[in-house]
Design a protein around this ligand. Structure first.
Ligand code: XMP
Length: 523
């Protein structure tokens, strides 16, 4: 496996992945420190790869295996001969001890899961400015523990369940921690990473300004004078990808915005207006509402709806793309988390909960090559790049919106009537959230129209109208989520506004389901 081409221009840190659930968080903490890093699975880190990648420092991640077990994963020994700082985290710490001559033992009552407190034993550069009141909170998750240190290592901090919570061989800049400094529950974790990259001599050369210039050069080199097409969804990723490619190749880029009739209030006009009128991009507004809503008529099964929308989207996109003569490239807003190869210990595929909507498969079908200028970036970096490219803040900070749009917020049969009601209710709800200054605290918020009508009373009359559900969640990546704890005042004010301002709704509920067991969307 090759290091990414961007890597060659920057100081690089290598994260060797042993399959921890939180390895990506290590990379994010480092990128926040403006350090370029890549995650590679342990079994692909060969001595040749190490020589080619030439990291300035190495981090060995955690993982679910036990170093005591035969055949458990190891990095190549060459990692310890590079002459660069190495940080082992949890499993990474144990593998380091074992390979460098220490000993790891199983259980015997020393397992720790969850919050723990470590106290200092001796001064260490890695722990500079770290301890508050002589102890610090960390997140532990280990069954095995180090029983004997490798030669050259000393103890620098301990916890009740891990006498070797922080150990190091300061001469060689080898550091080993039993806890996870990358997670939120180790509040001072970022300090530890800052100290580590300082010890490794990183200058912090990974900035969005630098990335923008390099990406523009790279796109020009890849595309030459060929034409590029891009499916613009109005989401942050495709928007930033389009803006970047436009900066690189100007009018060689044409965007297709597919309007499936399942967008939010005024959304199509806002997106097309911004890109076409303010940014001078060439945008085709594909008005295909009739087609999509026609085929969805009478369909209420969630997966069938998703499949219909996915299929039509591809057909429509292809129809418009075919009109662009000489198109050779398809732009996609693929992000780094989609690129990182995960280390799988179970082997089998995971269960499909919902079939996601995307344009996968299109490039081969249409004979197009891919341009993916965001492949090295995390979501927060894409936002920073978008700002760098001059996209407005309110646009960059928008909550995610799913490809199938309002279809999956309208459980049961979709009708134009219901969609209109939903659009209005959603707009009032989001307006309320913005007015109360809560938008940026919430990961995603929207209204859904429920497939039930209930009886109400307004004025002196009986009503028989739809009920809507309001959803707002906090999350890091959409994989898990908590409902947002609005105040009762906010909720009652919002319910009153929706009922007063939106004809067709006479009841408002607030959804307090977390994910799991619920999903964020309704279908
Ligand atoms: P769920 O409902 O699975 O949603 O908890 C998790 C996140 O994914 C978004 N989502 C989608 N995004 N195409 C997308 O582009 C889809 O088909 C799709 N389905 C769900 C959802 O909005 C949430 O942010």
């Amino acid at each position: 496996m090759e290091p990414s081409p961007v890597a060659r221009h920057h100081e690089r840190l290598l994260i060797v992945d042993f399959g921890s659930q939180v390895t990506q968080l290590i990379a994010r903490r480092l990128r926040e420190l403006q350090v370029y890093c890549e995650i590679h699975p342990f079994n692909q880190v060969t001595p040749d790869f190490l020589a080619e990648f030439a990291p300035k420092a190495v981090i060995l991640s955690g993982g679910p295996a036990s170093v005591i077990d035969e055949g458990s994963p190891r990095p190549p020994e060459e990692v310890f001969a590079l002459g660069v700082p190495v940080l082992g985290i949890c499993y990474g710490q144990q593998v380091m001890m074992q390979m460098l001559g220490g000993e790891v033992l199983r259980g015997d009552g020393t397992a720790e899961f969850g919050r723990a407190w470590v106290t200092p034993a001796e001064r260490l550069d890695l722990l500079e400015g770290w301890f508050g009141e002589n102890r610090e909170q960390v997140w532990m998750s280990h069954g095995d523990h180090v029983a004997k240190l490798a030669p050259g290592f000393r103890v620098f901090a301990t916890s009740p369940g891990a006498p070797f919570a922080v150990t190091a061989d300061p001469e060689r800049h080898f550091y080993a921690v039993q806890f996870h400094p990358e997670v939120h529950h180790t509040p001072k974790g970022p300090t530890l990473y800052r100290n580590f990259v300082r010890a490794a001599g990183f200058s912090g050369d990974w900035t969005m300004g630098a990335y923008r210039e390099e990406a523009v050069q790279k796109i020009r080199a890849q595309v030459g004078d060929a034409k590029v097409i891009c499916a613009l969804s109005g989401g942050v990723d495709s928007s930033v990808a389009a803006a970047l490619i436009h900066e690189a190749v100007g009018d060689q880029l044409t965007c297709v915005f597919v309007d499936h009739g399942l967008l939010r209030l005024n959304e199509a006009e806002e997106v097309v207006g911004m890109f076409r009128d303010h940014m001078n991009l060439s945008v085709i507004h594909a008005q295909e509402q009739e087609l999509f809503l026609g085929e969805l008529e009478g369909v209420s099964d969630p997966e069938t709806k998703r499949k219909i929308i996915g299929r039509l989207f591809i057909d429509v996109f292809q129809k418009y793309a075919d009109q662009i003569e000489g198109a050779a490239f398809l732009a996609q807003g693929t992000l780094y988390p989609d690129v990182i190869e995960s280390v799988s210990f179970s082997g089998g595929p995971s269960v499909t909960i919902k079939s996601h909507h995307n344009v996968g498969g299109l490039p081969e079908k249409m004979g197009l090559k891919l341009v993916e200028p965001l492949r090295e970036l995390f979501k927060d970096e894409v936002r920073a790049l978008g700002r760098e490219l001059g996209l407005p803040d309110h646009f960059i900070g928008r909550h995610p919106f799913p490809g199938p749009g309002l279809a999956i917020r309208c459980p049961g049969e979709i009708t134009r009537d219901k969609l209109d009601i939903l659009r209005k209710a959603d707009a009032v709800y989001i307006d309320q959230i913005r007015k109360h200054g809560l938008y940026d605290e919430i990961w995603q918020a929207f209204a859904a129209i429920l497939p039930v009508r209930t009886v109400g009373v307004m004025g002196d009359g009986r009503t028989y109208d739809y009920a809507c559900a309001l959803r707002a969640v906090t999350s890091v990546d959409g994989m898990t989520a908590d409902y947002y704890p609005f105040s009762h005042d906010f909720l009652s004010e919002t319910a009153t506004r929706i009922i007063n301002e939106v004809r067709g709704i006479n009841r408002v509920t607030y959804d307090i389901t977390s994910k799991p067991p619920g999903t964020i969307e309704y279908e």
